[in-house]
Design a protein around this ligand. Structure first.
Ligand code: ADP
Ligand code: MG
Length: 722
């Protein structure tokens, strides 16, 4: 018998929780995929330096290269005579080398004079090595050169040609080449070669798509589609709508959907418990609130109640803008569990948020007479021991905490519900870890403050049911949103100073400059220094992701208490600190943030009684899409509308903010374009799962390859071998 690689350790029942873990982490990647998961350094010509550069541009395994989508094409078929060569175009010229003209000083380029029957022009090299050029371009010989034609002082030239070849060599020069995303220090030539070599190593993979479906769509095999992807013949071939790209996008989406279904059904299949409260605690808690629930909240709680009452385990995502009233929902769900004689856990992504939730719940808990405790990993050991004992004995009804709740030593008398305020900080794994803490699989309610478009919700949370809290959050005021050029920074600071003199509090979010925390941090520190100078040192604080939590919390506490009035921040504040007195939000380099992120940032203000302003500062000139995105923010404050627009605009080619928002990134699928494919992939995945849940059929075996090809190892681990 072959060993099972089921997932006991990944998702422990209490009865098997002591089983050691290793077996579930054995990677069972099919052998046929081994070549693709080799490191790129196994390619000839790729040493540590190129590995680093290519790693940054694409990834470190061959599979990352083959899934690098071309972003442009170079067409070398334009072969004019020198006299006819149009400036700005890529041209391939056949020329005779005439003479070398070394530079007179170091700032001048090295020029190689060339001619054909129609006229003459120069090849231009900066920082050239004379002897190298002498070898490449011997005077009197004929060379084929290809590159961009420019004019300098009325004379045609070509700087750093892409190719300098003999006539023989020129036979092998590709007429049309794909261009790939690069990183500084990496050339197209090297990247192109790496991708080509990686593609040569792709084994012939079995077909995992249904043959009828494939034919109906007019698609080719995976291997064929991949090779088409990397041989665009024109700009039009770069479109995500081409059949080859669509096929690959579909493969990626199918892997995603199949993995989600497998994980979800595994959850579902496990019995949960029936959790039904009698409402006696809830009614007391609700009576203590100074407001009544909105229709959206009532609908949401009805869905949650139904899930909890069902004998199946609840796995529900509650989506709603910051301030839409999710915390109240969480408390009502927790009270439901307590009424049923069980306990509840409420987990936040940070210490600060855990404390904030604790405060928010205190009044309701007090009114209902339930016992709350906090567990964050920062309590001193005696206090911690007391909380642990109380949880175990059932003397605490609801515990609020951070991921400290995952710790081994945390045990409950009877955990009935786990609420996870996700804010995109936890992954599927952690969600499941907490679920394992109950006697039977615990009902789980995940809350997220990032409204996700329907298509994205399917890909990121397809393992869950979704409830949306829509509509303007109760008690929210519209925020006056303005878009300004960075040239007006001085004015902004002047206004800020006046506002502060009047007692206002402001966030100043620093430029997201690049995907380097270090550089972003430098920018934040520079701005912090400047604002201290302009506004007075005592008024300004700095928070950033590299700070110790305690330090960051202290600064935020000072801001909350009004001891400082301006917080300069990298985007860490996005996560949901509540300071109702803050009425000004300044975001620099707004054009570089994702729409969802800007919306979240703006949601930090407009929470109190004062009138709030959000200043989005851009460093121009603004591209068309960036302009449209900022316009969306000015026109709407509905997170769901903004999210849909964001996706639509991203479909138009911009991919900002994806990583920050924690939403799954696809390499081949573009959800703005491939939404229809996603729906088809979802249906396909359901059908596959219904017919062959263990992927044992021949098609199932091919689908296993698909899962691993797209890195869905954790789902594939649910399968037994064979
Ligand atoms: P979220 O957790 O979704 O960010 P909260 O639950 O913290 O939002 O709610 C934001 C604020 O709105 C809180 O002060 C809360 O008391 C208040 N609130 C919640 N529901 C309502 C409601 N139905 N009517 C008025 N205010 C509400
Ligand atoms: Mg249930």
């Amino acid at each position: 018998m072959r060993p099972s690689v089921g997932c006991v350790a990944f998702l422990p029942d209490v009865s098997v929780a002591r089983v050691p873990a290793p077996v579930s982490f054995v990677i069972m990647r099919p052998a046929i995929l081994f070549p693709l998961f080799a490191e790129i350094r196994s390619l000839t010509g790729i040493g540590p330096k190129l590995e680093r550069l290519i790693g940054r541009a694409a990834g470190t395994r061959l599979v990352d290269l083959i899934f690098s989508v071309p972003v442009g094409v170079i067409d070398r078929r334009y072969r004019p005579r020198i006299a006819d060569a149009e400036p700005g175009r890529i041209a391939t010229l056949t020329v005779e080398v005439v003479a070398h003209q070394p530079p007179r000083d170091r700032r001048q380029p090295f020029r190689v004079k060339c001619r054909d029957a129609s006229g003459s022009f120069d090849l231009v090299f900066f920082h050239a090595h004379a002897d190298f050029l002498a070898r490449q371009l011997p005077p009197g010989e004929t060379r084929v050169v290809s590159g961009r034609i420019e004019y300098f002082n009325g004379r045609a030239q070509m700087a750093h040609p892409d190719y300098v070849l003999t006539k023989d060599e020129a036979q092998t020069m590709p007429a049309i080449e794909p261009l790939y995303r690069l990183t500084e220090g990496l050339s197209q030539k090297v990247m192109g070669r790496a991708v080509r070599s990686a593609c040569e190593r792709v084994p012939e993979l079995p077909e995992w798509l249904d043959p009828h479906f494939l034919r109906a769509r007019g698609w080719t095999s995976f291997n064929q589609a991949l090779s088409t992807l990397h041989s665009p013949r024109s700009e039009a071939d770069l479109s995500p709508a081409t059949p080859a790209r669509a096929r690959l996008a579909y493969d990626e989406l199918l892997a995603n959907q199949l993995a989600l279904i497998m994980m979800r059904e595994r959850q579902r299949g496990r019995k949960g418990r029936t959790v039904v409260g009698d409402g006696h605690l809830r009614s007391k808690a609700l009576a203590a609130l100074p407001f009544s629930l909105t229709p959206a909240q009532l609908a949401a709680i009805a869905e949650i109640d139904a899930d909890m009452a069902s004998p199946m385990r609840m796995l529900r995502l509650l989506q709603g803008d910051v301030g839409s009233g999710k915390t109240v929902m969480a408390m009502l769900a927790l009270l439901n569990a307590v009424e049923a004689g069980m306990q509840g856990a409420f987990m936040a992504p940070t210490e600060l948020l855990a404390r904030q939730h604790m405060e928010a719940l205190a009044a309701m808990a007090h009114a209902a007479g339930v016992r709350l405790a906090l567990l964050t990993g920062r309590e001193r050991s005696a206090a911690r021991a007391a909380v642990l004992a109380a949880l175990k004995d059932g003397e605490v009804d609801i515990v609020v905490g951070t991921h400290a709740l995952f710790s081994e030593d945390v045990a409950f008398r009877d955990l009935g519900l786990a609420v996870i305020d996700e804010q995109h900080r936890f992954g599927v794994h952690q969600r499941m870890q907490l679920q394992g803490k109950g006697h039977a699989p615990v009902d789980v309610l995940v809350m997220t403050a990032t409204p996700i478009p329907r298509t994205l919700a399917l890909t990121a949370y397809g393992d869950m049911d979704v409830t949306r809290l829509t509509g303007r959050p109760p008690g929210r005021k519209p925020v006056d949103t303005r878009v300004l050029s960075a040239e007006r920074l001085e004015d902004v600071i002047t206004h800020l100073r006046q506002a502060i003199d009047r007692g206002a509090r402001a966030y100043w979010v620093c430029p997201l400059i690049e995907e380097s925390e270090k550089i972003d941090l430098a920018a934040a520190e520079a701005r912090y220094a400047m604002l201290k100078e302009a506004l007075g040192a005592g008024h300004v604080g700095l928070v950033h992701g590299r700070m110790k939590t305690a330090e960051r919390d202290a600064t935020m506490a000072a801001f909350k208490a009004g001891q400082i009035q301006v917080v300069v921040a990298t985007t860490v504040i996005e996560v949901g600190v509540d300071v109702p007195e803050a009425t000004i939000m300044v975001v620099e380099h707004a054009e570089r943030f994702g729409l969802a992120q800007l919306h979240q940032l703006r949601g930090r203000v407009g929470r109190g009684s004062g009138k709030s302003t959000c200043l989005l500062i851009y460093h121009g000139p603004l591209g068309d899409i960036a302009r449209q995105r900022l316009k969306v923010l000015r026109q709407s404050d509905d997170g769901f509308v903004i999210a849909e627009e964001d996706l639509r605009l991203r479909g138009a080619g911009e991919l900002l903010g994806v990583r920050q928002s924690g939403i799954e990134e696809f390499r081949l699928a573009e959800l703005g374009v491939h939404g229809e494919l996603l729906a088809a992939a979802r249906d396909d995945a359901r059908l596959i799962f219904a017919r062959d849940p263990q992927l044992k059929s021949p098609r199932g075996a091919a689908l296993r390859v698909l899962l691993y090809l797209f890195g869905r190892d954790e789902a594939a681990r649910y399968l037994t071998t064979g």
